[in-house]
Design a protein around this ligand. Structure first.
Ligand code: NAP
Length: 270
């Protein structure tokens, strides 16, 4: 099966590399072609030339509805993180054109995507899943949901928990450090509690200067979509709204391209 990847940012590039390493015939499209330096496969000039299984990794709902009107391909997997309403409308729009669209958001980083151990929340209906499963399972762990709206909601529920957790961790670390407690002491305390894995995984990353693979502006977008999804079903939204505000303020302050794990410590900077 041909695979076309649309949107070659951090995630799309990683997916392209995985697809090429598995021996698929890979095509790709990116709005800004010259930004893409290290992707295997064949660039296509027009979205209409997308073919086979089209995997969409553009940033947000606006980008999704910018590319959809002209997008070719038989199956369209919406692999970026989009709003519940955006996914609902995108799947309807594709169905009206006799293309099979479904949500397939990803839990994991670009590194996981490239290594083949990311988790894909597959919202495709049964018959489509049965057909595509032999291809999709080569890309990582499949978590079958069977409904695109539920897959989108599950991804937003997971991301709002993860993003809120790292934001709270950063603010807590900052509180301790500003009172003279070293980060290692805070980390050592966490290592003796239920927070062992979270502290071990995120504190060093918060304090280091590595290139971000998931940005503050993308996290702000996820929290906005999570807040909308909660509002739509009248679910409580107080913590989600607070964290959303933190990421939106940091984006407005010019920190949008920083690593999302740094939010809690950046917010305390003068
Ligand atoms: N990074 C992660 O760890 C991660 C994990 C899970 C899910 N996700 C989700 O996956 C998606 C992609 O994430 P990413 O980290 O790869 O983002 P990214 O590096 O910021 O890349 C964004 C991509 O979207 C394209 N784009 C933006 N606006 C567009 C528009 N109006 N029309 C067409 N293309 C547009 C960009 O094209 P240009 O190059 O032209 O700007 C670029 O290819 C997001 O929805 C994100 O939330 C990311």
């Amino acid at each position: 099966m041909d695979i076309t990847v649309v949107g070659l940012g951090n995630m799309g590039r990683a997916f392209t590399k995985r697809a090429a390493s598995l021996g698929f015939n890979v095509f790709w499209w990116n709005r800004t072609r010259e930004k893409v330096k290290d992707a295997p496969g064949t660039p296509i000039a027009e979205l209409a030339d997308a073919r086979g299984l089209v995997v969409v990794f553009v940033a947000d709902d606006k980008a999704l509805f910018d590319i959809l009107p002209k997008l070719g391909g038989e199956y369209v997997a919406l692999a970026g993180t989009y709003s519940v309403e955006g996914v609902r409308r995108a799947v309807e729009l594709l169905a009206a054109r006799r293309q099979v669209g479904f949500a397939m958001p990803v839990v994991g980083s670009p590194r996981n995507v490239e290594a083949g151990d990311a988790i894909y929340l597959v919202g495709a209906p049964d018959d489509v899943y049965i057909k595509l499963r032999p291809v999709l399972e080569k890309f990582g762990v499949l978590f079958y949901v069977g409904d695109s709206v539920k897959a989108a909601a599950l991804k937003l529920a997971y991301n709002s928990l993860l993003i809120s957790t790292v934001a709270a961790l950063g603010e807590s670390l900052s509180l301790a450090v500003k009172h003279g407690v070293g980060p290692d002491v805070f980390k050592e305390l966490l290592s003796r509690t239920v927070f062992k894995e979270i502290g071990g995984r995120y504190i060093d990353r918060m304090l280091s200067g590595g290139a971000p693979t998931f940005t503050i502006k993308n996290a702000a977008k996820d929290m906005r979509y999570a807040s909308l999804a909660a509002g739509e079903v009248e679910s409580s939204n107080v913590a989600i709204s607070g964290v959303k505000a933190l990421y939106e303020i940091l984006t407005a302050m010019g920190y949008g391209d920083e690593d999302y794990v740094k939010a809690g410590i950046l917010a305390g900077r003068k």
